[in-house]
Design a protein around this ligand. Structure first.
Ligand SMILES: NC(=O)c1ccc[n+]([C@@H]2O[C@H](COP(=O)([O-])OP(=O)(O)OC[C@H]3O[C@@H](n4cnc5c(N)ncnc54)[C@H](O)[C@@H]3O)[C@@H](O)[C@H]2O)c1
Length: 382
C-alpha cells in the first residue's frame, strides 16, 4: 500500500508533536520539513529522521510526494502559507489559530471549500476520550437542558517579564495574545462539547506585564534563555481576559484566560450545567470526568473504555487505570484527520477551517467588545 506523504512547515516547539502523531498511524511518511533557515532545518531533519529539509516553504509545496501539509509556523504566517498550500492542491492541517484576523480566516475557509481538500485545525483537546464522552452525554440529553457553560484556561509560563516571543508581537502573534493563543482552545471546546455556537461576548481585557525584555530572537514557546542581553519592549496584547459569553438559545457562559497566573500550568477547564446534571472536565486531570448531581451523590467517571459510551471509548487506547495524555489526545485528532484524507469521511473530532474561522471571529469580537468599553457585541454569523 502506498503511504501518504506528509510535509511540515515550521519546525519549532509544536512540530515534533505533529510528526509523532502521524508516525503512530503507520501509513504516513514524513517526507520533508521546511523552515526559515536551511542549515537549522537540515539539523532538525536529522534530529527527527526526516529525509528532506527545505529552507523555503515553497520548495516543500512543490514536492510531489507531499500530499498533506502541516502548518506549524508562527501565527502571522498561517494565512500566506496555508493559502499557498491550498492553491498547490494539498490537504492542509494548520495549527491554531487558523489566522490572526477573522478576515484572513474567512478567506482561508472559502479557499479550502473551493479547493475541496481536507482542511483541519488542531484544536487537539477534542481528542480526549472523556471530552468525547461529555459531548455524547450532552447530545443524548443526560444533562437535561444546558443553561450555563463556564471555565478557564490559565497558564503561568509568561509570568516572568523576560519571556518574550513572537506571541507578544502583534505583527507576528496578531492583535490578541492570550485569547488567540489559549482562549481559542476553550471556545472551540465549549462549542464542540455543547454543540452550540457562541453568538455574543462582553470582554474586559488586561495587560498585566506591560514591559517585557526581549533577547532579540524569537524564542520558542516555554523556552527561557538565561544570561543574555535584553532590551525592553512595550507589550499591549492581553495576558488576562475576563469574558462573558452567550451561546445560542440564550445559554449563558463565561471564560477566564491568562498566561501570567503563577501556579497554573495548562489549566484548561470547562463545566456545563444542565437542569438534570452537570459535567466538568479539567485538562490537568484529563482521565476523569466530574458528574454533578442534585438528587444523588456526585460521581467521578474514570477513563474506563468498558464503561464509556462506545463512540467515546474508541478514543481510549488503554484499559481503566492506565493514564492517557496530551499526546494521545493529539494523536486521536490527527488520526481522524487522516481518516478524512483516506476515506473522505469527516469525524466530529476534526475542527474544520469553517469551525476555526468562527472561533477567530469570536476572539476578534472579544477585542472589539473591550475596545468599545466592555459592551456586548454580536459575533458575525457569516
Ligand atoms: N495545538 C496546540 O496546543 C499548540 C501548542 C503550541 C503552539 N501551537 C501553535 O503552533 C504554531 C507554532 O507555535 P510554536 O510554539 O511551535 O512556535 P515556535 O516559534 O516554537 O515554532 C515556529 C517555527 O516556525 C519557524 N518559521 C518561522 N518562519 C518560517 C517560515 N517563513 N517558513 C518556515 N518556518 C518558519 C520557526 O523558525 C520555528 O521553528 C502557532 O500558531 C501556535 O499557536 C499550538
Amino acid at each position: 500500500m502506498k503511504k501518504i506523504g506528509m510535509g511540515l512547515i515550521g519546525p519549532g516547539f509544536i512540530a515534533p508533536h505533529h510528526i509523532d502523531a502521524v508516525r503512530r498511524l503507520g501509513d504516513v511518511d514524513v517526507v520533508a520539513i521546511a523552515g526559515s533557515n536551511a542549515a537549522r532545518t537540515e539539523q532538525k531533519a536529522k534530529q527527527w529522521n526526516v529525509p528532506r529539509a527545505y529552507g523555503d516553504y515553497k520548495e516543500l509545496l512543490a514536492d510531489p510526494e507531499v500530499t498533506v501539509v502541516h502548518n506549524t509556523t508562527p501565527s502571522y504566517l498561517h494565512y500566506e502559507i496555508t493559502l499557498a498550500a491550498l492553491e498547490a492542491g494539498k490537504h492542509v492541517v494548520s495549527d491554531k489559530p487558523l489566522a490572526i484576523t477573522a478576515d484572513e480566516a474567512i478567506r482561508l475557509r472559502d479557499a479550502a471549500a473551493k479547493a475541496g481538500v481536507v482542511n483541519a485545525v488542531t484544536f487537539n483537546y477534542r481528542g480526549n476520550p472523556l471530552v468525547q464522552q461529555a459531548r455524547l452525554m450532552v447530545a443524548e440529553g443526560d444533562l437535561g437542558r444546558v443553561f450555563y457553560i463556564h471555565g478557564q484556561y490559565l497558564q503561568d509560563w509568561m509570568t516572568d517579564d523576560t519571556v518574550y516571543s513572537w506571541r507578544s508581537d502583534p505583527k507576528m502573534g496578531g492583535p490578541s495574545s492570550a485569547l488567540a493563543d489559549i482562549g481559542s482552545h476553550w471556545c472551540d471546546l465549549a462549542e464542540h462539547i455543547s454543540g452550540m455556537r457562541i453568538v455574543a461576548v462582553l470582554a474586559d481585557l488586561t495587560t498585566v506585564v506591560t514591559t517585557r525584555y526581549s533577547s532579540g530572537g524569537s524564542a520558542e514557546a516555554f523556552s527561557q534563555k538565561k544570561d543574555v542581553q535584553r532590551t525592553p519592549v512595550e507589550v499591549h496584547g492581553e495576558d488576562l481576559a475576563n469574558v462573558l459569553v452567550r451561546f445560542e438559545n440564550g445559554v449563558k457562559g463565561n471564560l477566564r484566560a491568562a498566561q501570567v497566573v503563577p501556579g497554573h500550568k495548562n489549566g484548561l477547564e470547562i463545566e456545563l450545567n444542565g437542569r438534570k446534571a452537570s459535567l466538568g472536565w479539567k485538562q490537568e486531570q484529563q482521565n476523569e470526568l466530574w458528574i454533578g448531581c442534585h438528587d444523588r451523590p456526585n460521581a467521578i467517571m474514570g477513563k474506563d473504555p468498558s464503561l464509556m459510551l462506545p463512540a467515546a471509548a474508541a478514543y481510549a487506547h488503554l484499559p481503566a487505570g492506565h493514564q492517557e495524555s496530551w499526546s494521545d489526545a493529539f494523536f486521536n485528532v490527527v488520526a481522524d484527520i487522516y481518516h478524512w484524507v483516506r476515506t473522505g469521511e469527516r469525524r466530529a473530532t476534526v475542527c474544520t477551517f469553517a469551525n476555526a474561522a468562527h472561533v477567530t471571529q469570536v476572539i476578534e469580537t472579544m477585542l472589539k467588545s473591550h475596545a468599545a468599553g466592555g459592551v456586548w457585541q454580536d459575533v458575525p454569523s457569516e
